[in-house]
Write a protein that binds this ligand. Structure first.
Ligand code: SF4
Length: 198
């Protein structure tokens, strides 16, 4: 019988214990979790974090363009443009951030590291299981998205936004366009400010 030394026991994570307790079957999935099977590569995601400052600038310009186009979206109808905009948003953000289309994008507060890639989907910082090498407790080969978020945030102008407390994600917005929602919100605020000033 193999008895772990106290030092070795201290390094055993909950994920390891769950893995050991798992029954052994003839069928072994190619990878350890559905999430990991999808996320084989983190290259682009990490590039985005390294270039968070540049992407912050690009996002600000993109938001201005979308806001300037608000009369156009309004004339056509936000509902009608949703499908093509979502098509582009899903592909662009999917490629760059491994976006899960949560509908409530907080990339500008998280150093361009999408918190929905955390296996526990934590939106207010890491859990207590970050490994000593900065990797995830659940996905040992994946750097913790919150460690990356901190790195990215340090390079951004709005670096303090990472301290904002995020409310629980509104699941009813899943698969909707964050770009259009933010634009419509900004247009409403701009109009309200204009009306007050008039
Ligand atoms: S926070 Fe939501 S919308 Fe933004 S990249 Fe992540 S899943 Fe996509």
């Amino acid at each position: 019988m193999l008895i772990d030394s106290p030092t070795r026991q201290a390094t055993i994570t909950h994920a390891t214990l769950v893995k050991r307790a798992r029954e052994t079957l003839a069928y072994k999935p190619a990878d350890v979790s559905p999430q990991r099977r999808i996320q084989r590569r983190y290259t682009m995601r990490h590039w985005s974090v390294r270039h968070a400052r540049l992407l912050e600038w690009v996002y600000a310009r993109l938001s201005s363009v979308f806001l300037a186009l608000h009369p156009f979206w309004n004339a056509i109808g936000y509902g009608r443009v949703e499908t093509p905009v979502k098509f582009v948003e899903r592909r662009v953000k999917g490629l760059m951030f491994d976006c899960r289309m949560c509908g409530e994008c907080i990339l500008s507060s998280t150093g361009m590291s999408c918190p929905m890639n955390c296996p526990k989907q934590l939106r207010n910082g890491p859990c207590g299981g970050v490994r000593s090498n900065g990797n995830c407790e659940v996905e040992p080969d994946m750097p913790c998205v919150w460690v990356k978020a901190w790195e990215g945030a340090q390079t951004m102008r709005g670096s303090e936004a990472i301290f904002d407390v995020q409310k629980a994600v509104d699941q009813s917005l899943r698969e909707s366009s964050a770009w259009l929602r933010v634009t419509a919100q900004a247009a409403r605020e701009r109009d309200a400010t204009g009306n007050r000033a008039a």
